[in-house]
Design a protein around this ligand. Structure first.
Ligand code: CU
Length: 68
């Protein structure tokens, strides 16, 4: 399955992780979203568009960028 890594900046606690996870899971095509506070990133599996994932994170109030 296709996996997209998104760098997420601004998360400070488990609540942030839950908010970002929930936002990513709402994006069409997302099968799973694994958000890590320590790594400041989200690994998203599925066919979702990377720009849509970034937009969803930003709407939650966090900064996002395409990771490597
Ligand atoms: Cu938080």
């Amino acid at each position: 399955m296709e996996a997209t890594t998104i760098k997420v900046t601004g998360m400070t606690c488990g609540h942030c992780v839950a908010s970002v996870t929930k936002a990513l899971q709402k994006v069409p095509g997302v099968e799973s979203a694994d958000v890590s506070l320590d790594k400041a990133q989200a690994i998203v599996k599925g066919s979702a568009d990377a720009q849509a994932l970034i937009a969803a994170v930003r709407e939650e109030g966090y900064e996002a960028a395409l990771g490597s």
